[in-house]
Design a protein around this ligand. Structure first.
Ligand SMILES: C[S@@+](CC[C@H](N)C(=O)[O-])C[C@H]1O[C@@H](n2cnc3c(N)ncnc32)[C@H](O)[C@@H]1O
Ligand SMILES: [Zn+2]
Length: 274
């Protein structure tokens, strides 16, 4: 299945068809593919600018951090889980810079894999990586609460460390399709928090119910990771929510650190569309 056949116009919701280097709908709305291969399908006027989603710096920080391999086990786990279901069409809702999306595209070869993210920088970085790796995953700048996708076109939605637009995921999933929500576990990055704060609170790791879905699986991955080097530690910090809410005095504690050992704990919640 070609990825572009699954897409609809974000303005009039009609099918899109490919003409040269653009996707067009019958009403004449047209969307160009960027040089790097991604396509911008964010409705005009809806945060459709370079500031929407994560910034270039945040995306670069995330890429730098991923390259140190500390989240490799999360990557292996999501690929294992996705492959268990042998999906034909996988949507990554909130794909960021495509680390997990491209890994899934590589492992589930033959599947059509599309990543959506509000951040143009994220989609650009993801798309470049996809080409570099010789994959055919497609990245679209788009709002995951209004996915430019046909109803019931996907076998699986993965949603990692991003907002959960469960009603929209329900609309785009086929009957019996699966949603995998990946989020921080209770002790995730506790080591990092212990460096930053005098008092450390655990994360709230709940298991929400979503209308139209039944929870069919819950897996927890927990391990200790050692992150070497000031740059990698800072890159990790930048991709956490703590980066924006930590005082300068507390941030300074991290700047003098050359090695950080921390728990990485992630929950994988697997839902089936009923
Ligand atoms: C913490 S990042 C996680 C990215 C990726 N899944 C990962 O784990 O590396 C959250 C991502 O969600 C995106 N995002 C947030 N709200 C969004 C929305 N309404 N539509 C699309 N993307 C959104 C951000 O731009 C960001 O890239
Ligand atoms: Zn249109």
């Amino acid at each position: 299945m070609s990825a572009t056949n699954l897409l609809i116009c974000p303005i009039c919701r009609l099918s899109l068809f490919q003409l040269d280097k653009a996707l067009k709908c019958e009403r004449g709305h047209s969307y160009d593919f960027a040089k790097s291969g991604y396509i911008n399908l964010l409705s005009p006027g809806k945060m459709n600018n370079a500031k929407a989603g994560d910034s270039k710096e945040m995306i670069r920080a995330r890429s730098d951090f991923f390259s140190c391999g500390a989240y490799g086990k999360i990557n292996d786990k999501i690929c294992d889980l996705v492959c268990e279901f042998e999906p034909q069409v996988v949507i990554d809702a909130g794909s960021g810079e495509g680390y997990y999306t491209n890994a899934v595209a590589r492992r589930a070869s033959g599947a059509t894999v599309i990543g959506f993210d509000m951040s143009k920088h994220g989609c650009e970085s993801a798309s470049k990586a996809s080409r570099r790796l010789g994959l055919d995953s497609l990245f679209c700048v788009g709002n995951i609460f209004e996915l430019p996708l046909h109803n019931e076109c996907a076998d699986m939605v993965i949603n990692m460390f991003a907002p959960t637009a469960h009603e929209e995921f329900h609309r785009v999933l086929k009957a019996g399709g699966h949603l995998i929500v990946v989020s921080a576990g209770e002790h995730h990055l506790e080591g990092l928090k212990r460096v930053l704060y005098d008092e450390v609170y655990l994360n709230e790791a709940d298991t929400p119910s979503y209308e139209g879905f039944e929870l069919v699986g819950k897996e927890n991955l927990s391990y200790k990771a050692t992150i070497d080097g000031q740059e990698a530690i800072w890159a990790l910090f930048q991709m956490t929510p703590y980066y924006h809410r930590t005082s300068l005095a507390d941030k300074a504690k991290l700047e003098v650190l050359d090695t950080l050992t921390t728990t990485v704990e992630v929950d994988f919640l697997i839902y089936k569309k009923i």
